[in-house]
Design a binder for this molecule. Sequence first.
Ligand SMILES: NC(=O)c1ccc[n+]([C@@H]2O[C@H](COP(=O)([O-])OP(=O)(O)OC[C@H]3O[C@@H](n4cnc5c(N)ncnc54)[C@H](OP(=O)(O)O)[C@@H]3O)[C@@H](O)[C@H]2O)c1
Length: 291
Amino acid sequence: MGIKTKKVVLLTGASTGLGLSIAKKLLKEDFFLVLTSRGSSLGRFGENGISASDKVWIRELDVTNNDQRVDLILEINQRLGGVDILINNAGFTFRSVLEHVQEEERIQQMNTNFRGPMELIRLVLPLMRGKRSGQIINISSVGGMMAMPTMSIYSASKWALEGATESLWYEVKPWNINVTLIQPGFINSDSFMHVRNTKKSSLSQRGKDTYQNHYLNMASFVEKLMKLSPSNADDVANKTVKIIKMKRPPLRAAGTIDAHIFSLIRRILPRRLYHFILYYTLPGIRTWGKK
Ligand SMILES: NC(=O)c1ccc[n+]([C@@H]2O[C@H](COP(=O)([O-])OP(=O)(O)OC[C@H]3O[C@@H](n4cnc5c(N)ncnc54)[C@H](OP(=O)(O)O)[C@@H]3O)[C@@H](O)[C@H]2O)c1
């Protein structure tokens, strides 16, 4: 079967974690896959038994790199006739209270989780509109609907992604282009080990600092919730494939069981009560601010 007869899927951050799980599920389907990762992570595809073939391209793509974004979309447009399904999965998390995020880090977080996906969408839309079909899936987070302490800039990046994606849903519907935000909650995985510290949050955790208890309590809390989560990356990947196959995919979809619960709590509780309950259930909250 010629490659042009298959729908072309472009997936970012595909060499590990959720991206790798999605890639493995999609390999079993009848798609042409363009699997991407940063140059330093490309070797992981081979380690996981994934190699280039007549239905798989493996390409370097740092989503924050404009030249790489433009060159890749140009190559896909010229050789494969455009992207049919874009999955913006690449992302990372800074653990830091707001006071410890400096401008450079703020830009880095927004560039990866928000601006990179936006630019990719901008580049794929002209051909999707021309074909009057296409699908865009943005991997958001429960952090995009409920903000937690020490995750201010991560939440900001996902809230930005949520807002822009919701606008996009209205904008491109007339061209039959489907747009979905998948919101995973805590995924049972080791991805908490990839959480990065800002310069100041790193220093704060090492020495005596007024925010030290925020970090110590939140880091172990998040790790515990991830280990206890009944949903793993394969569950979120299955959900992603299910959404690709839907005739009318939803704008928002919970990616994990806890995401359904968080979404319900967020919708039914009055705001003040919700914030009050969340505050008093934060781990070690009575010790925060005591140093
Ligand atoms: N794990 C969770 O519990 C959870 C919960 C909610 C939402 N999410 C979201 O799910 C998505 C995947 O996260 P994950 O859990 O699979 O985390 P992960 O295991 O840390 O994987 C993140 C992926 O994003 C890639 N990435 C980071 N910066 C990039 C850049 N500038 N350009 C291209 N790729 C880049 C990483 O590549 P490298 O290996 O090269 O760094 C890696 O492949 C993210 O958007 C995350 O926010 C995860």
